[in-house]
Design a protein. Sequence first.
Length: 243
Amino acid sequence: MPGIFIAGTDTDAGKTIATLLLAHGLIERKVTARPYKPIQSGAEWKDGEWKAPDTEMYHLLPETRGERLYTYLFKKASSPHLAAEEEAAIIDEQVIIEEIRRRASKSTLLLVEGAGGLYVPLNRKGRCMVDVMEETGLPVVIAARAGLGTINHTILTIEAIQKRGLPITGVVFSSTVPGEKSIERDNFRVIHELSGLPIIGHIPFIKDIDHSLRESRYRSEIVRDWKFDRLMEGINSEYKTFI
């Protein structure tokens, strides 16, 4: 079955909310979509147990409630390799790849959220998130900041992904801080012109967005004009099976 890898230009570039909203919009359009985050660092103690805060966001989708949507969970909020070492653990990328295969075989569309940026290390063996991406062969959606500096970060990310031979279906921008709208619009235009990639959507800056996204109607409003048709075209035309 097909899937998408959501890759960030950096840490806190909006991957989790982009993944949630992509899944929400696809489900609204009658696509059976399921999010999955292989590695979560920065676990939070809640209701008597350690929980993965990012995948807790996924549970806003009724279709995912009760599901465990991660493989590795670590307490330290750091790069995965360091968080794992703090707990005397080792991240095995083959375990992640097999889990992606298993989940993809049960879903019409699996949305895999990466950890950090492309070259975040998974272990001391020189393996990084981009190596998992390359081995799966899944098409990529890039999650990028909307504001100043994003042109350089996003184009470098695009080039690094393309060097691995992976198709990119588009970019989702997030206004993670208040910004000048004219600068953001120009960033979108320049990145589209330089890369030729479609801009799938934009997540505006919203104070306490995690709270606002609890309401389904609010999620629907954000993704109302997103280019899900372009997203699906990219998946259908570029998808390289690995199952």
